[in-house]
Design a protein around this ligand. Structure first.
Ligand code: ADP
Ligand code: MG
Length: 724
């Protein structure tokens, strides 16, 4: 498969390839949400009372009235069948980063042998996939094969059209027979409800009597790479691991800064348009697209939505990117670091909280009263990130994301908060206890007794911060490009819940003691800043100085690898946080640790095995062929009296020998199977196996720089990155 012939064949096949002409795009109104069973479609076909009941559940999180399920199911089925669906699927999100679905036909065979379509309320509301086939960590002991899926009314049903037909898809949660969450959606829904309760309590204390359900929002910017399938098929590493395990950086990388926002290659543009049209049909509000920093790297970002819906839509986006890419002759890489030496891919999770009555609670606004509210919510976030920064690090810990976070690449593994200079100034004044009447940077007016006014954009951007305030939301930039956004959203909602409770407790005590609201709020905020301002950092997050200062002076944790970060999930403090907010039980949390730890170990071992086999069966033979060609020529020339410099051949021989030795070491290391704990096993993968894999790669990549180009079997970086 990966003979050198196929490398050159791939190049000519790609350059001969016809670019699929772009279809004339449909108008947005013709496409928008046509494949979604939206509220307005429900309103059109459901009896008034039934519609009211379901809308109530969706908007205010009330309990789903089971008597209405049958009626909704019937209309949903009719609608889906009118779209060509024969099957329905409960779609759920197991503890991998992927999407799972179990398909069932609408068919029901009758006593007389005839068949009708059937879809009852019961099957809409509840499904029963085989739970044991999905990762469930520590839950396995108490949990038998049974698992249930249950309809999540707050995320709309839709039909998905593929080459294999049309399927009605119902977003669901996935729980075990004993009621434990086996998925990523259940904790997200719980964290959102907990956050809403705490936020409501604080808003009440601030004098609001009319407070609608508070929801978290999410807008996820997705970075990805596209590589032609002809190349990918000659690169087993790309196919199996999503990244290049070998490959010498091309002479041209991203050093000219000519790719970011550059003109999008035609073939890619046709692909993007296709993806966006499919997204629109599914009601996913794709908004921006552009080239990213690295060659071959792109980004797509939707308009933000309620976190739960955004999270489902994000999963659908990842699925669409991959499946549509195939149709256009690309493979879409969502790995965080597909190519060494050039930028990796992240997923920036923009997050805020708000509701219908008070609006975006992280919007600085322009009235003093709204500012007070903003400052308390923002202060609560600062406290949460400082207190639980370790958790935020743990929820973005994966084998692949280690290549970004632990390496000299953005963003760093140290979790800090960027506020922007103006906001940072305000919080600094709060800390000093003298919020004064002063003009700062000509934008901000600080009234004597009142609180400051901010401009909408209270600061510059800081691309080196893992957690940055960006005007009216926070942007969590350390999330991996292939990750589900649910985990990070759960963590953010949960730490905010904890902080809002703390703020409300403090405020309540102050108010009961007779303090006025402004004084009470400023006192609480002062305490937040006295204890937690160490997490606020506006400088360069990549710098050496910051790494030193963060750890030594500010006491912030630096957890460079997943092996260091994941065990945080086993800490007492984290267990208590999830237990007291009702988001995850101790068993559920432990099961997540076990599942993720196992995934980490498996990824590294799989990669190590592939490193060995590729180095032995693909790279070694190429080096040996070249060597024998070289030494043959040297001998032949010598016979006719011409002495050729032997240095080149010697270098290839030495590199080959060293590579084979490093493979032997890695082979031996892989067979070590004696670990006293899963933590120790992870550390071994991170600190022993990974460096050994890097060592093999170093020799192999050096060989790539020596061996004759026509003998080199693996498509090279310059080809994969630049030929589109
Ligand atoms: P940049 O690349 O400069 O960070 P983008 O415009 O690409 O910005 O992405 C910003 C993302 O933030 C978009 O998905 C946008 O919808 C989202 N966003 C804006 N406001 C909010 C909010 N209140 N809550 C969550 N996400 C938001
Ligand atoms: Mg961004």
């Amino acid at each position: 498969m990966s003979g050198n012939g196929s490398r050159f064949q791939a190049i000519s096949q790609i350059t001969d390839r016809d670019i699929q002409p772009a279809k004339t795009p449909n108008r947005l109104e013709e496409l928008w949400a046509i494949d979604v069973f939206t509220l307005s479609k429900m309103q059109a076909c459901l009896p008034k009372e039934v519609f009211k009941s379901i809308k109530q559940t969706i908007h205010s999180g009330g309990k789903l009235d089971t008597s209405v399920a049958g009626i909704v199911a019937a209309s949903m089925k009719d609608w889906a069948i009118s779209k060509g669906a024969l099957y329905y699927a409960h779609v759920f999100y197991p503890m991998t980063n992927s999407t799972a679905e179990k398909h069932d036909g609408f068919i029901s065979v009758q006593g007389d042998g005839s068949a009708i379509t059937e879809f009852t309320g019961k099957v809409l509301v509840q499904g029963e996939p085989d739970g044991s086939s999905f990762p469930n960590g520590g839950i396995r002991s108490t949990f038998e094969a049974r698992g249930y899926t249950a309809w999540d009314v707050t995320s709309p049903a839709y039909v998905m059209e593929t080459d294999n037909g049309v399927t009605l898809c119902i977003p669901t949660v996935f729980i075990s027979w004993t009621g434990e969450a086996l998925d990523k959606k259940t904790p997200l829904l719980r964290s959102n409800a907990a956050m809403s309760n705490s936020a409501t309590r604080l808003l009440n204390l601030l004098g609001h009597t009319d407070v609608a359900t508070v929801n978290s929002s999410c807008g996820a910017e997705q970075e990805y790479f596209l590589v032609d399938t002809h190349f990918a098929h000659s690169r087993p590493d790309l196919l199996l691991t999503g990244r290049t395990l070998f490959g010498r950086p091309a002479a041209k990388g991203q050093q000219f800064d000519d790719h970011y926002f550059g003109a999008i290659p035609e073939r890619v543009q046709v692909f993007m348009q296709d993806v966006e049209q499919k997204m629109y049909r599914l009601g996913i509000p794709a908004k921006t697209r552009h080239n990213e920093v690295a060659p071959g790297q792109f980004e797509i970002a939707p308009f933000f939505e309620a976190a739960n819906v955004a999270s489902d839509h994000q999963q659908m986006t990842m699925t669409l990117l991959k499946s549509v890419a195939k149709k256009h002759g690309f493979i879409c890489l969502l790995h965080e670091k597909p190519f060494a030496g050039i930028n990796g891919s992240g997923k920036h999770v923009n997050w805020s909280v708000g509701n219908a009555t008070q609006g975006n609670l992280l919007d600085p606004g322009d009235t003093p009263h709204a500012n007070l509210q903003f400052l308390l919510f923002c202060g609560a976030v600062i406290r949460g990130v400082h207190k639980y920064g370790r958790l935020l690090r743990a929820v973005v810990a994966t084998a692949s994301n280690d290549h970004r976070l632990g390496a000299n690449e953005a963003p760093p593994a140290i979790i800090s908060v960027y506020l922007g200079s103006q906001l940072e100034g305000v919080f600094e004044q709060i800390k000093q206890g003298n919020v004064q009447d002063s003009d700062r940077v000509g934008v901000m007016k600080l009234g004597v007794a009142t609180l400051p006014e901010f401009p909408k954009d209270p600061g510059d951007r800081n691309r080196t911060s893992p957690f940055a305030f960006t005007g009216n939301r926070f942007e969590f930039r350390a999330v991996g490009s292939g990750q589900s956004v649910a985990g990070p959203l759960v963590a953010m909602n949960t730490i905010l819940t904890d902080s809002l409770n703390w703020v409300a407790d403090k405020l309540e005590t102050q108010l009961q003691a007779g303090a006025d609201l402004n004084t009470a709020a400023l006192t609480v905020l002062k305490e937040v800043m006295e204890n937690h301002s160490a997490v606020v950092f506006g400088g360069n997050g990549y710098s050496e100085e910051w790494h030193q200062m963060a750890v030594e002076e500010r006491g912030l944790p630096n957890l460079p690898t997943t092996a260091d970060a994941l065990p945080v999930l086993r800490e007492k403090k984290i267990e208590e946080l999830f237990a007291k907010t009702g988001v995850l039980t101790a068993t559920e949390l432990e099961s997540r640790f076990e599942v993720y730890a196992e995934q980490y170990i498996q990824v590294i071992e799989m990669e190590a095995n592939l490193v060995i086999s590729l180095a032995k069966t693909v790279i070694y033979p190429a080096a040996i062929r070249y060597l024998s060609e070289l030494s043959g020529s040297i001998a032949n020339l010598k016979a006719v009296g011409i002495e050729l410099d032997r240095e080149g051949a010697e270098k290839v021989a030495m590199l080959t020998k060293s590579m084979m030795e490093s493979i032997s070491k890695l082979c031996g290391a892989l067979h070590q199977h004696d670990f006293s704990s899963i933590e120790e096993h992870m550390q071994y993968s991170a600190k022993t196996l990974r460096p050994m894999m890097d060592q093999v790669r170093e020799y192999a990549d050096a060989l790539e720089g020596e061996v004759a180009d026509d003998l080199w079997p693996l498509p090279k970086y310059q080809e994969m990155l630049f030929i589109k």
